[in-house]
Design a protein around this ligand. Structure first.
Ligand code: AMP
Length: 285
């Protein structure tokens, strides 16, 4: 069922709550692919009722981040969501979510600010304000859906860590369920942004996953020095690709680690032409 207003979602959620149903929410920006589908499937496994939100949240996009060009495929999204077990697709327009103002810079709206300690690292370095926009919309979606569980992809590892931190810090009564990265057969992590890549760029982009795999392999062979792993991975970087970052950080504070002695996130972002792609692996000693 496709719902476009908060009121309609509230009505159905009230009925579900009366019936004692558990609710799962899967926040997305649409252009659903198998990565999103895996989250929806997981939600369907765990929860009685599943709400998938499809909302291209303007306040998490920076000025040069091509919000206008983001693929919009609502009809197909509804199909994918239904096929994978969603009960409701909530696809509000911008004014439904931000009736007073629409920009993070506006002074007449309540924002959630991500802890700077986490948000100025990795992707946050080049995306100021991005995680504030994410947390603000995620908080709204948690409240609107009244969900017991929320499903997030490990692909956006920093987002997942920051959302978990918000839930803990603000005592939000919801359980965050992390879901593994879904990849294409060639290894490229699925992303709505992959559709911007030309055939040639797609081939070049594969080096990102190769770098991650090499790091995993070397680590399993006993290499634990981040610098060595970094240098080895760098030899695989395609010459047409710009590396934004490749970092080895701990899970709590996202601080760089020199030696991998506890659970470590290896995260990277690259630019293939104008397309920015991210990927990561977790190293667990
Ligand atoms: P987005 O629509 O890009 O905001 O993504 C919505 C949710 O889907 C986020 O929790 C993402 O981490 C998750 N997601 C996106 N791509 C993948 C993927 N390839 N594998 C697993 N989860 C994904």
């Amino acid at each position: 069922m496709l719902l476009k207003t908060i009121n309609d979602v509230t009505k159905i959620v009230k009925e579900w709550k009366k019936e004692g149903k558990t609710i799962g929410v899967v926040p997305t920006m649409g252009a659903l692919h198998s990565g999103h589908a895996s989250l929806i499937k997981k939600a369907h496994e765990i929860c009685d009722k599943v709400i998938v939100s499809v909302f291209l949240n303007p306040i998490q996009f920076g000025v040069n981040e091509y919000l206008d060009k983001y693929p919009r495929t609502l009809e197909n999204d509804v199909k994918v969501a239904k096929e994978n077990g969603a009960d409701v697709v909530f696809a509000p327009c911008i004014s439904e979510m931000y009736p007073v103002n629409q920009k993070a810079t506006d002074k007449n709206f309540t924002y959630i600010y991500a802890p700077y300690m986490l948000s100025d690292k990795l992707c946050g370095k080049v995306r100021p304000g991005h995680f504030d926009g994410v947390l603000t919309v995620v908080n709204k979606l948690f409240n609107i859906s009244q969900a017991d569980f929320a499903f997030f992809g490990q692909k956006d590892a920093q987002q997942l860590i920051i959302v978990k931190k918000m839930v803990k810090d603000l005592n939000i009564p919801i359980e965050i369920v992390p879901c593994p990265i879904v990849r294409d057969i060639d290894g490229l992590a699925l992303s709505s942004r992959n559709s911007y890549l030309t055939k040639e760029q797609r081939k070049q982009a594969l080096c990102l996953n190769k770098m991650m795999k090499t790091i995993e392999r070397l680590f399993s062979q006993g290499v634990i020095t981040s610098r060595t792993l970094f240098d080895e991975a760098l030899t695989l970087l395609d010459k047409n690709i710009e590396l934004e970052y490749l970092e080895f950080v701990d899970f709590e504070q996202l601080e760089n680690v020199e030696e991998i002695k506890s659970k470590t996130l290896v995260a990277a972002a690259i630019h293939v032409g104008k397309v920015r792609l991210i990927d990561n692996v977790i190293l667990n000693p």
